[in-house]
Design a protein around this ligand. Structure first.
Ligand code: ATP
Ligand code: ZN
Length: 292
């Protein structure tokens, strides 16, 4: 096995958990090649001077802040909770979840004000304290490291502050959401000295460019279509980003083939309008990367 090399840039990711699979997929999409097997502690990238360390997500802020590793991928929720001295560089658009306040379905608690004087169980004591303080509500906090959702049924607390994504765990435990504290997603963070270091800064810039390439590709689709040449001005109005589309003549006279990119968020709307305007044979392809 290769030894950890000082010159390599080091990235910590979650060893086993909700962020692991998508993080590995994101790194591979960004072009990094590495072996990764279940009992791994670290992997060395074959095509980039980077080592990936697999650790518990809670340890990532300290590892990055202290410089044991240069970089980390973790939930924004952990940054909000621990406020480590690291620099956030990118939102990675996966690992979406929210920190919420929930109460038993049957409880008479209707509003967060009704929680005055109540006991709240959470693994996010700092985030919970801050939220209730900002709302001028005095509460007691019981810190629990896992399975917070069962504490109301056990009589440990009258409400919980916990992370949810689909809400199915809440439903299973007869809980309902009272309010949301914040949204979270996976984020890319760096050690502040790494950002300033001459050598590693160059590697970091390359990494960020690759990550951004994958992230912006998510926003767009590549579209090819055929249309009568005379409707091109109309089509250009429908796709405002279509400043300089690739246009090639078709064998059928007066017809052209147009290639362009369309924003994902207005995707269906745009396709329908293009079709109505007279575009035909529309082909849509996912984009792997966009380098701007
Ligand atoms: P570890 O063993 O690494 O300490 P963990 O049990 O603390 O793992 P996971 O439950 O695997 O952590 O969650 C990791 C991250 O996944 C969370 O910090 C959060 O950012 C994100 N996440 C996404 N959806 C959810 C969810 N429904 N519940 C909890 N976390 C979620
Ligand atoms: Zn954890």
């Amino acid at each position: 096995m290769a030894n950890l090399n000082e010159k390599n840039i080091k990235l910590a990711i979650q060893k086993e958990g909700r962020l692991t699979e998508e993080t590995l997929e994101f790194l591979r999409k960004s072009g990094f090649e590495f072996e990764s097997y279940k009992q791994r502690l670290f992997s060395l990238c074959r095509n980039f001077p980077m080592e990936i360390l697999y650790v518990r997500d809670d340890d990532i802020p300290d590892y990055v802040a202290s410089g044991i590793v240069d970089l980390g991928i973790l939930g924004q929720n952990i940054l909000n909770e621990e406020r480590p001295n690291v620099k956030k560089l990118l939102n990675l658009r996966y690992g979406f979840c929210s920190l919420i306040v929930a109460v038993p379905k049957e409880s008479g608690i209707k509003d967060i004000q009704d929680l005055k004087g109540k006991t709240i169980a959470t693994s996010y004591p700092q985030s919970a304290k801050k939220f209730f303080k900002e709302n001028n509500i005095t509460i007691d906090i019981v810190e629990i490291s896992g399975s917070v959702e069962i504490t109301p049924a056990l009589g440990v607390a009258q409400a919980i502050v916990d992370l949810v994504s689909t809400g199915s765990t809440l439903a299973l435990n007869d809980l309902r959401i009272l309010t949301k504290i914040y949204d979270s997603e996976a984020v890319f963070v760096a050690n502040k000295k790494t950002i300033a270091s001459n050598e590693k800064q160059i590697l970091l810039q390359k990494l960020v460019m690759r990550f951004k390439g994958v992230l912006s590709a998510k926003d767009y689709k590549y579209v090819m279509m055929n249309a009568p040449e005379k409707i091109l001005p109309k089509l250009k109005k429908i796709v405002p980003g279509l400043k300089s589309p690739t246009i090639s003549p078709l064998a059928k006279s007066g017809w052209i083939s147009i290639q362009t990119v369309i924003k994902e968020e207005v995707f269906w709307e745009t396709i329908e309008r293009l079709k109505q305007a007279g575009a035909q044979g529309i082909i849509i392809l996912p984009i792997e990367k966009i380098i701007i």
